[in-house]
Ligand binder design. Structure first.
Ligand code: G16
Length: 545
């Protein structure tokens, strides 16, 4: 009989969680003790009373299964009473959040590097979600990080390879391990939020046509169950629904570049009323109509505007929230609805307190994330069901919905310019330089529009009062236009500088421009005032979306 081993280790200095947990190259995670140190640090951050039940699952990328075996050995050795693992180790990020909430678990461990590619030379990630199903707040991630900096040993119980077929249960020492369906609980939750009878009528009879691209990632099984089995969508409208460890060699990021096939189909005669894609771990979404792309910020605003079409929200939205760089389109809808709109730093974890306190019911981010108060993560499949509900209830096309929205609320022309592959010190220098030159920049103007102020965004959480400083530099124009600069917190090697551009247009005859084109000059201005070329050597953004 094996016994619990205490393994001597040494701290790694690079285990500080970023925007969404710890993300590194697979080879970094494969170093002896690397993953083990981090998992033991998560356990050490849990209070004694928080060690009863944990959920574990991931997006199925390369190293998912090996990581789950390692995690189980550590959780058993640390006496966690019960562990629920997704079938085959698979659970989408919103499904983990849901399982934590449905089972009253103390938290969960999510294995994913989201939209980053997978494979032996690609990315892996791990994060901890708390008992409400939300990504751990900074107070907890800091505790985990502190522990990784001082850890000297971890505990493991050697286990035979654990078969993760659904329905299997095991007892290892004091720990019960149950392998649960990846999809059942999540699909059940969706039926409580949407009118599946009405959606099925529309979809199965082809009155509203949908196509969905799972990008060979985790949402494949969810899409098959919900869109095909439950709503009667023909299999030909489901693309890339077989998950693979390397996402079919692709980049599971639902945007124009990486969901290119869907994009092309939606811009051609093969278009359907609604086209959608989701990312590696199923929390992001991209929404399209015939010949139409809906920017994530507009998607959020339109879901709020038409929330009465969504049974989940029929009792009232109460409040909404967006991350600071996300466009202000939703602010205008919230004002019209007479509800508050909160502005948080980037990172879904910042919505957790607002949702738990019942201050908001709908949240979203420019980074292709939207969700409601049913879980504490963004939720890709859910966002598609929202849009489907809006199309079914209004009888309008995606394009008509957008046009009406812009005519009523004005249009936020919104773009993001990414400067990838920068040396970290150079990227930092841009951020520091902006603050150092804030007064000089504030005296400039763009296209006749004066700058009201240049500042660094600080968030005071209205629920627990915690302060998060340095969450991005803003150039705020007097007419409401904005430029926002921040450094990405999800990369695994070099630094990425993100520049977010927003220009609000109310004139009816100026609502139909191409957003990239519309913001091109503002992008040049943003590049120049921040001295990006001089400080980083980058003469232009590498990606513009
Ligand atoms: C993660 C967070 C999101 C956040 C995004 C920003 O997304 O969950 O809340 O908006 O990162 O990424 P960056 O720091 O690179 O701008 P995901 O889908 O990668 O988990």
């Amino acid at each position: 009989m094996e016994t619990i081993q205490t393994i001597q280790t040494r701290p790694f200095t690079d285990q500080k969680p970023g925007t969404s947990g710890l993300r590194k190259k697979v080879r970094v995670f494969q170093q002896p003790h690397y993953l083990q140190n981090f998992v033991q640090s998560i356990v050490d951050a849990l209070p004694e009373s928080g060690r009863q039940r944990l959920v574990v699952g991931g997006d199925g990328r390369f190293y998912n299964r090996e990581a789950i075996q390692i995690i189980l050995e550590i959780l058993v050795a640390n006496g966690i009473r019960e562990v629920l693992v997704g079938e085959g180790g698979i659970l989408s990020t919103p499904a983990v959040s849901n399982l934590i909430r449905q089972t009253g678990a103390d938290g969960g461990i999510v294995l994913s590097a989201s939209h980053n590619p997978g494979g032996p030379d690609e990315d892996f990630g791990i994060k901890f979600n708390n008992a409400s199903g939300a990504p751990a707040p900074e107070s907890v991630t800091q505790k985990i990080f502190d522990s990784t900096r001082s850890i000297q040993q971890y505990r493991r119980m050697p286990l035979p390879p654990v078969d993760l077929s659904a329905g299997r249960s095991y007892r290892f020492l004091d720990t019960d391990v149950h392998v649960v369906s990846s999809v059942d609980d999540y699909a059940r939750l969706m039926t409580t939020l949407f009118d599946f009878d009405r959606l099925r009528d529309a979809v199965s009879q082809g009155r509203v046509n949908l196509q969905f691209d799972a990008m060979h990632a985790v949402t494949g099984p969810y899409a098959r169950r919900i869109f095909h089995d439950m709503l009667g969508l023909k299999p030909a409208f489901l693309h890339n629904v077989s998950p693979s460890e390397d996402f079919g060699g692709g980049h599971p990021d639902p945007n124009r570049v990486h969901a290119h096939d869907l994009w092309e189909r939606m811009m051609s005669a093969q278009a359907t009323d609604l086209g959608a894609a989701s990312d590696g771990d199923g929390d992001r979404n991209m929404i399209m109509g015939r010949n139409t792309f809906v920017s994530p910020s507009d998607s959020l605003a339109l879901i709020a505007e038409h929330s009465a079409c969504i049974p989940q929200f029929r009792s009232g939205l109460i409040g909404v929230a967006r991350s600071m760089p996300t466009s202000t389109a939703i602010d205008r809808v919230a004002a019209a609805l007479g509800i508050p709109c909160y502005e948080t730093p980037t990172g879904w974890k910042f919505f957790g307190n607002l949702l738990d306190a019942g201050k908001v019911r709908l949240c979203g981010e420019e980074s292709f994330g939207t969700s409601g108060d049913h879980v504490r993560e963004k939720d890709g499949v859910w966002a598609v069901l929202c849009w489907l509900s809006i199309l079914v209830e209004t009888g309008l096309s995606v394009q008509e919905l957008l046009q009406r929205h812009w005519a009523r609320f004005g249009r936020s022309y919104y773009c993001r310019h990414d400067y990838e592959g920068l040396a970290a010190p150079a990227a930092e220098a841009v951020m520091q330089g902006l603050l150092a030159d804030a007064d000089t920049i504030a005296r400039q103007s763009f296209a006749g529009n004066a700058i009201a102020k240049v500042d660094s965004f600080t968030y005071a959480d209205p629920v627990d009062g915690s302060i998060s400083a340095n969450q991005g530099v803003r150039i705020l124009f007097e007419n409401g236009n904005r430029i926002v600069y921040r450094l990405s917190g999800t990369g695994t090697d070099s630094a990425t500088l993100r520049v977010y551009l927003e220009q609000i247009e109310q004139r009816m005859d100026h609502l139909q421009h191409d957003a990239l084109e519309f913001n091109r000059e503002l992008g040049r201005f943003a590049h120049q005032v921040a001295q990006i070329g001089a400080l980083t050597g980058a003469q232009a953004p590498s990606v513009m979306t």
